[in-house]
Design a protein around this ligand. Structure first.
Ligand code: FES
Ligand code: MG
Length: 596
């Protein structure tokens, strides 16, 4: 360990050992003694390490962090630090209405204040459930004190009737069986429960496994940390190692801005394709990058990520679940396979253990080629995202690796134009409108339709809902039509395998072209050209825009809470990470300022 700072340079000394202001020192000190901390722990020059605690009864995915934090604490103390646990605003993906993503920026804001305004020298970020990972990494980026992430780990594999039952994915399948009267509601609930057999987060390659893997890919977790299932002994052991390491990182002055460089983001984009990562990943990584002042946009995702093959055979794109991912080597094995093929752009990017990602993973390979494949024999080619644009939106992404053979045959089968398809738009304003109308035969939805979901973006919903992956009408499902193309200004669950066009920016409620599309319009999507357009004459579109403006713009529901109002006023577009406008101007604040 290369010690770069002395104990007198610890941030916490400003609170607990400020000889210029003994009165304030006494005041700060005494209250942290009242539950049993000693002056020796606070004043002898031990780094004060925060544990950003996202686990609670409200957040079952992260709840196991309450247990793991005991091991983190042991590690911090063993390495000569003192530990202070910080409650983080809870974000439970499946429980929070109107949507958990509304709260990502709220948790970010509150953690920034906690890290900046209290006597902390470093922090362990308890990541896990979808939005907790970006919220914590964004806060660490802004404050920029030494930080290390610790994944809570996925649940054990779920099983239903001898088959792997993956989080979310089984529900998307079972809802179609329910719509087709193949199962009843009790069985529907049992299937859902079977997918959640233990503590931990979603065991599929949904947004949680994606973001935890990318936190490791960015260099912010110890190597191998992301994939260990929550109940495994290794999870407790790496918690201890994480606690020890953050104390060393404080002495080494190794900060988020040293780790999460442009090089690290380029690695993460490539690794996201190789793991078959969620369509939420660009939103969150673009957001983290903004808070670091690193330029990353959806063009980077296509340029760096689209052609990278899918190596991880996990649901929803593939077959396996979290335990299989771990047993096959997890993120280091994926990185090792990519490196062997020369596909990792920046092996020299530094990680929290002080070594480069290349050093950490050079000798790591898949331990089971059926779960993590070599680059020479991937699950699929071109696993990344396309960044589409046109008169419907300036930017929207599509994960082409989940396009099913049936979808390809139905929509992309024109031999003269194998990359383009057209269809008739059927427009829904929000999920309630969708549920009211989808099964109504008078809508005349057939297999040549493209479903549009709008009013589901950051301002419209608010928070950007995971509602773009819409099922076809039940009468079509009964006739064997499993999926229709969907386009929307909201998001899609990372556990959904639908080939949707998502995160359309700007959204309808923010002046986007989606506000102008009408049911019956002809749409053309060209995956080769990267375009998505309404085939409507410009005069007609201008007329619609004038009429919309005269009507007061695209209507959105009233705010239901103070935060919804603030969020809608401040939020930026999905392609820019849905960050709070202006928040990215505050950067590296713990080094720039001593809080007053
Ligand atoms: Fe929390 Fe999936 S719902 S990780
Ligand atoms: Mg989700």
């Amino acid at each position: 360990m290369a010690q770069k700072i002395t104990k007198d340079q610890l941030r916490s000394r400003n609170w607990f050992m400020n000889s210029d202001n003994l009165e304030m020192t006494a005041l700060y000190l005494e209250r942290y003694l009242n539950y049993g901390l000693t002056r020796e722990e606070l004043q002898s020059g031990k780094p004060i390490i925060g544990i950003a605690q996202t686990g609670s009864d409200l957040s079952p995915c992260n709840r196991h962090h309450i247990e793991l934090s005991k091991r983190v604490r042991d590690g911090i103390i063993a390495a000569g630090g003192t530990c202070i646990e910080i409650p983080v605003h809870p974000i439970q993906e499946t429980g929070k209405r109107p949507t958990a993503s509304l709260d990502r920026n709220l948790a970010y804001l509150s953690l920034v204040e906690s890290l900046f305004g209290y006597p902390l020298d470093g922090v362990v970020l308890n990541i896990g459930c979808d939005k907790t990972t970006p919220a914590l990494l964004m806060a660490a980026a802004t404050v920029n004190i030494p930080a290390i992430a610790l994944s809570v780990g996925p649940m054990l594999n779920g099983w239903w009737k001898g088959e792997r039952a993956g989080s979310g994915t089984v529900i998307w399948q079972a809802r179609e069986d329910l719509a087709a009267d193949k199962i009843d509601t009790d069985e529907f609930m049992e299937i859902a429960a079977a997918a959640a057999p233990s503590v931990g987060y979603c065991n599929t390659m949904g947004t949680a496994t994606t973001m935890n893997s990318l936190a490791e890919a960015l260099g912010m977790q110890l190597p191998g940390c992301a994939a260990i299932p929550a109940p495994y002994r290794e999870r407790g052991q790496i918690s201890y190692e994480t606690g020890k390491r953050i104390v060393e990182m404080v002495w080494e002055d190794l900060r988020p801005s040293d780790v999460m460089t442009r090089a690290a983001f380029e690695n993460a984009i490539v690794i996201n394709s190789a793991i078959g990562g969620s369509t939420n990943a660009p939103i969150h990584l673009n957001a983290i990058a903004r808070h670091l002042g690193v330029a990353v946009d959806n063009d980077d995702w296509q340029a760096l990520g689209h052609d990278v093959p899918l190596l991880v055979n996990m649901q929803p794109a593939g077959k396996y679940l979290g335990e299989d991912y771990q047993q096959s080597g997890g993120v280091p094995a994926v990185v090792g396979e990519l490196m062997e093929a020369g596909l990792l752009p920046n092996p020299n990017a530094i990680t929290v253990n002080g070594q480069s990602i290349g050093q950490n993973c050079v000798n790591r390979r898949s331990l089971n080629a059926d779960v993590i494949t070599p680059v020479s024999d991937p699950v699929k080619q071109q696993a990344g995202f396309l960044n589409l644009s046109g008169n419907l939106f300036e930017s929207a992404i599509m994960k082409t690796s989940v396009i099913s053979p049936a979808f390809r045959a139905a929509y992309l089968s024109n031999p003269n134009d194998p990359n383009a398809f057209e269809g008739r738009a059927v427009v829904f304003d929000g999920p309630e409108d969708f549920h009211h109308r989808i099964d109504d035969p008078s809508e005349e939805i057939d297999e040549n339709c493209i479903l549009i979901m709008r009013g589901a973006g950051p301002k419209g919903y608010p928070g950007a809902a995971e509602v773009v992956n819409m099922r076809p009408p039940s009468y079509l499902i009964k006739n064997g039509v499993e999926a229709l193309p969907c386009i929307g200004d909201g998001r899609q669950s990372g556990t959904s395998g639908s080939p949707s066009i998502l995160n359309a920016s700007p959204e309808a409620a923010d002046g986007g072209g989606l506000a102008l599309v009408q049911t019956g319009d002809r749409l053309r999507i060209d995956l080769g050209k990267g375009s998505a357009n309404m085939l409507v004459p410009l005069d007609e579109l201008n007329e619609r825009a004038r009429a919309l403006e005269a009507a007061g713009g695209y209507g959105i529901p009233a705010n239901q809470s103070p935060w919804q109002e603030i969020f809608r006023e401040k939020v930026d577009r999905l392609d820019r990470g849905m960050t709070l406008k202006g928040a990215d101007a505050y950067r590296d604040i713990a080094r720039k300022h001593v809080p007053r």
